[in-house]
Every structure is written in C-alpha cells, then in structure tokens.
Design a protein. Sequence first.
Lengths: 282, 320, 296
Amino acid sequence: MPGAAGAAGAPERLPAPGMWATYRMIAGMWIRSTLAYRASFAMMLVGNFLVTAFDFVVIALMFSQVRSLGGYSFAEVAFLYGTSTTAFGLANALLGSIDKLGARVRDGTLDTLLVRPAPVLAQVAADRFGLQRLGRLLQGLLVLGGSLLALDVHWTVLKALLVPMMLLSGTAIFCAVFVAGAAFQFWAQDAAEVQSAFTYGGQTLLQYPPTVFAKDMVRGVTYVFPLAFVNWLPALYVLGRPYPLALPAWFAFTPPLVAALCLILAGQAWRVGVRSYRSTGS
Amino acid sequence: MTDLVELDGVEKVFDVRRKTGRWRREKQQVRAVDGISFRVPRGEMVGYIGPNGAGKSTTIKMLTGILTPSAGRLRVAGLDPSRERTRMAQRIGVVFGQRTTLWWDLPLYDSYRLAHRMYRIPDARFRENLDRCVELLDLASLLDVPVRQLSLGQRMRGDIAAALLHDPDVLYLDEPTIGLDVISKAKVRQFLRDLNAERATTILLTTHDLTDIEQLCRRVMVIDHGRLMYDGALTGLHEAGESERTLVVDLERELPPVRAEGARVVKVEGPRQWLAFPASASAAPLVAHIAAEYPLVDLSVREPDIEAVIARMYEGPRVH
Amino acid sequence: MSSRGNSVAKGWRAGLGSRALVSMTGEGAFVRLYGVVAAGGFRRYTTYRVATAAGVFTNTVFGVIVAYTYIALWDQRPNLGGYDQSQALTYVWVSQALLMTVNMFGGGFADELVERIRTGDIAIDLYRPADLQLWWLSADLGRALFHFLGRGAVPLAFGALFFDLALPTTPGTWLAFLLAVLLGVVVSFALRFLVALSAFWLLDGAGVSSLVSIAGLFFSGMLLPLNAFPGLLGEVARALPWSCLLQIPADVLMGHHHGTGLLGAYGFQLGWAALLLGAGRVLQSAAVRRVVVQGG
C-alpha cells in the first residue's frame, strides 16, 4: 500500500490460475486442514479402506458359498470388481465432494468461490479433498492386482493395453457423472442422493458380471447411461467372454471415445448450470 | 477523476415460484433491482443502505460478477464483471460480513498464502501489503492461530486483510461491522479510513449501522424496492428522513417527563426516560441542559437505525 | 469455511416450540414433553421433500442392483441361510426400507450431539430440565418414524411390485414386525449415543464414529444376510447388537420367529437395548461430572 497512493494505473495482473493449478492449491489447503486432526485422519483412512473393502468381503462371502456367480468365477468377478473400484476410486478421490455443491448453493457459500479469480469447477471439485479417500483406490488396486495374478487368461499385447486404458477412461466416465450430477444440483439443491445412485450404484453394478442383471438394465447402462464402457465392455473382451448384447467386438476399444464424449457433455451441463445460477441466483 | 464504477439502468429480474395452493405453484417475476444508475469516482467511499430485501446484495453480487444483470450497462474498472469474472476478481476485494473466506481449521497465515498464489501477487508486493495489514489491523499475534479460534472481531480484521493483499481497485464490504464489539468496530473503521486516505482505494459498503456511514462515507445511497431512493450526503439524508436520535436518561428517581428545548419525551419507564431529538442536531447542549436541571445518574445516545430513517423518509417529502 | 455449527443450532431449535420447555411436573407433562420432542424430530425431516424423494430413488436403484446379485446367488445355492429366493429378495427390500429408519450408516442425531459437545453447547443441554438421553431418544424416534414412512414405504412397495417377495398376509405378523423395528431403532440409538458421548473425551469424534458405523454396516446384515455368513463369523455376527437392527426385524416379517421364538427375539433386542442404554447412562453421568468440573 505505501508508495502506491493515488496510483491510477492498476498494477499489472498476471493471468488467473488454470483448472489444474487451482485444483492443486485448494486440495493442498484441505489436506493441511485434515492433518490438523491427525488421530481422526488415521482412523478415517483406515475406515475408508475398510468400508470400501466390505463390498469385496461380500463377494468373498458369496463365493464361500458358491463356485460361480452368473457363470463367472471368483477371479473373474474380482477382475470386474478391481477395475470398477479402481476407476471409481480415482474419480472419487479427485472430485468426491462435488456433490456438496447443492449445500453451497443453499447456504450461499458458492458466492465466495465466484469472487475468486479461479475456475469455479476446479474450486468445487477440490472441495473437502482428503487423502483418506485414497483408501478406496488402494483397495481397488489390491483386488485388481490379485485378480490379475489369479486369472487364467491368454494375455495378448492388446489385452494388456486394454487394462490401463479402461482404468483411465473409466475414471473419466465417473468424473463426468460426478460433474453432471453436481450441475444438476444448481436446479435441485437437495437432490445430492440421486447422484449416488449413479456413482456408488454404478460402481456396485459394475462389480458384478452383466449376466447377473436383467437384459433391460444392461441395455440401459450400455445405450442410455454408458456406464458399461467403464469396465464391462473392455473387461469382457479381456476375459474372452461374450457381451450379453449383440455388439461388435471392437466396441471393447471405444471407452476413450465414450469418456471424451461424456466429459464434453458434463462440461456443457456444468456451464449451463453455472450460467443459470448466475442469472437466477437461485 | 475517473469513474471507477458505472451503472446505467441496471436491472435484475428473478423468476420466483410461489406456492399458491397446496400443490400449485405459480411463476412470478420479482424485480430485485429495478433500473439503477450511479457512478462512483476513484477513491470515493460510498455507503449503500436499505432495508432487507431492498436489492442491496443483489447489486453487490452484480458488481462483483457473481450475478449477470438482466438489463442495463455495468462497468467496474472498465470491465464487465459478469462476462470477465476472473479478471474482475483480481481487481476487487470482497468481504462478506457474515461469511468468512478464511480457512477454518488452518492458521490465519495459510489463508494469506493461498491468496498470494491464487491472485498471483508478486512476492515483494505480497510481503509489503501483508506487513502493512498486519501492522494496521493488529494481526501479528494472530497469524499462527487457527481461524476457528479467532473471535468475531479478529476474524473480520483477518478477512479484510485477505481482501486487500492483491491491491484491489475497489473494496466491497457487506456489513463489515455486524456483530462486532465497540472496540473492534472502531479498529475496522479507522483502518478503512487510513486505507482510503493512503491508497485511494474505492470502497462501497453496505451496513445497518449508521455510525459506519457517519464516520466513513461522505456519500450515501439508499435503495428500496430495487430503486435508488436517495444519493447524496448523509446530512441530507437525515434532513430528508427527518431522522431522530434518542437520548436515554436515567434519573435518580421517577420524575415527570423532562422538558428540554428541541427534544421531546417519547417514553417513560420508572426513572428512565427516552427523548427524541433531530439527528442533525448536536446532543451536547441537550445533555448539558438536562444535567444542569435534573438529578442525572446515567445517559446514552442511540443512533437512528436505517429502517427508521428510511421509513421516515417515505413519510416526509420525496427526494428525486 | 464452516457453517455447520449454525445449521446444527437451527436443527436443534427446529420444531421445538417454547412450549416444550414450560414447567413440567407429573407423568402427563413428562409424556407431553418427550412427545413434543419426538414430534419435532419427525417434523424436521418433513421439510426436506426433494431430499426424501432423491433418497427413495437411490434406495430403489440399490435395491434393484442388490436384488439381481441375490437372485444369481440363490440360483446357485437355493436354500442359502435358510431363505428361499423370494425370502432373500424380501430381505433385500426390507434392508433398503430400513436403511434410514434404523440408521445403519450411523450419523443423524449423533453428528449433531458431537457438534454440540465440541462447541460446548452441551453444557446448556445438561442444565435443561430434561434428561439428555431421553431427549435425544425421543427426537430420534420421531426421525425414525418419518424415515420409516417417507423412505421405507416406497422402496418396499416397489420391490413388492416388481419382484416376487414373501410378505406376510396376516396383520399380526406386520404388527410383530413393527415392534421389532421399534426395538431395532432403540438399539441403534443406544449405540450411536454411546459413540457420540465419546466426543467428551476425544476432541474429534469423527474417526471413532466412522469406525463404529463401518462395523454397524457390516454386522447389521446390510451387505449380506447374517444367516448367510459362514460358520463362526455368522454366529458371532448374530450375537452382536447390530443384528437387532435389520436381521431380526426381517426375520420377524418373514415369519421365522413365532411363539416363544418371537419372544426370544424380542428378549434379545430388549437385552441389548437395556445394556447399551444403561452404558449410555453411566457414560452420561461421567460426562456431566466432567462438564461440572471443567465448566464445559
């Protein structure tokens, strides 16, 4: 302030930080915040690991009573579980608290984010970021690793490449679902739980083989709400299993395209949501 | 002097769904801001007042780029706030009195470090501004304290500093003294005066406390029902609203109503009496008179609140 | 960056008119006070209509997903855990219907209570002329009733419509089920009350409460019927208090317990309720001493 008195010319402003830089800044602040309560943080990390591991314990318990589920072996179901949970775990670690957007709209704290020189999406995405969320991811990776060892698959280069590809595009698809769900909350602030049906519900669905579910459900998550591209389509190719719907084999390689499309649509939905908020103030 | 803030016929219309029956809802249009025009030159301190729901915060939200105006032209430092939201954000400081932007569980300093990075403030500039704020706002002993442990007044000072580290052209303050004790209020006001004098920072503040305006702003704008009802000096507002202050006197015992020139008793309760006198008049001669004529124990002066001033304004002659 | 305290305070006051606090003497007033508290607990949730609808939607989606996995499981092992397939499906939909009612995820009033302990507002509650545990129990029963009607009925009806469920045809069995659910809510409350009070000694109870709710999620049978747990794990799980929340009500609904067996099931629930509520009282009086000594 001193020396700047009467400065008519405003000082040069550097361009505002971008998405990723903003995300890192806010996430860093949240990590520091959670470390302020160390004992709780440790317990929450363990808790996060355990609670997400229960999904797998259930499957293990099921397989303690049966030898196959929907015609799939334990190792095959574990592979589906590992890919679904890893992709979802990564998306959840990245933007798991974005569903708090409705609460921010309701109590008006979204306004404090809008007066900062940084993208709102990145700020909301990093909201309440916590390292304890890595519990789920870790657990998914462990099961995935175990299943890869146990699987009796004739590996080819193509199949080997398909595994990291489906993890990344699966993460992107779940991210898109998170963002679209948050955008929906600009209109329905109390509807956060609807989103859970598609995120947590989607993750649970994809942990089981498609043969378990009704044909119409499989059609729904293939043609309408493309969760099947997270892991079912590519994973069934890896396992050498036929997809229950009549689709050409090359569909196993389309997840990156589907993911890109989902991200674009979710981004559009987000922009429409923000614009609506800024014109109505809700 | 250049105009830093320019509004020309700015409007904000909301669609509100209102319940008309048990299940039926009807769409209605609410004109929260209904054609407001004003200009604020660089370096001016302006009070922006009005009753709740008058359109104050909607105006502030449009000025800060949170909301998009429905009609009219709006420029702040040459920018269209809602179209150029992030560029605007770099050039303004915003303090919401009831909503802290500081990080709850972290030491105060961490919030400033985030501002340093997020506003891309050059290091030397950041140090200089922070040191100055720490000195003037008395923050030195608070920098390492987690925000959740700060008192309301300390937190408000912390919030004001956070809004100033990036050398904003305009500072918007929404109820900056709400809930603060007398000493904290005085500190905040003194700081804002210094800031305005030294740096010529343009300040726009909304408040319910007329003392804020009296001590800080030469100019005051009154908004009600989305329209600008008054724009001018505070003294003019008092005249326009014929506003009255209240002198509360505690006498030694119950006495008949006090008689004093230029004041009238509006209420008596045991030994305590309430006297109304014009806000534009000085309280000193009145107090001297009562102290000389009556057995006085204690007294206090109550400022008129904004609602009362505005209510009287409507009763009195209209200002255009 | 926290407006939590504020909303908590609002929640505390919501639905509790000042008439709840007027002088109360005698039994009638006692019932009236806690009745008002329970009604307040109920009413608080009625305002969140969109949230309720969203929750019903999610419960239903999860019900469908889990139902199909159970169909696959019972296809392979037709009589697993003593259930036939339609009983297994009934279990799925009852678990979705009771999820919120018996609060299997934990939280609810407990978060609020922890927050009040953390901020020191609890001192005010302790000086209130009402018993802390009974006060919160009444409020939680009101909440449970709302969730039973608002969150439970629709998923159960959906399940009954689209799946082949083994629901009872006699009103007596339904009544027996309602009593088992009520006892389940009390046990669930007693557990969460204990956990919440631990916040008096642990500065931040979030970790403990999340660990306990995880245990609850697993041992309540929310993930898989406890009957279908293998061997010793199953026996241990069925003996723990969490089996009162879902497993016993579901079995009562499906007519697994009758006559003395039904009394035994109730006795098991009552036993846990008494034990846990008693432990809660002991902890509560220790907490009161602590507040009195330290001044909150």
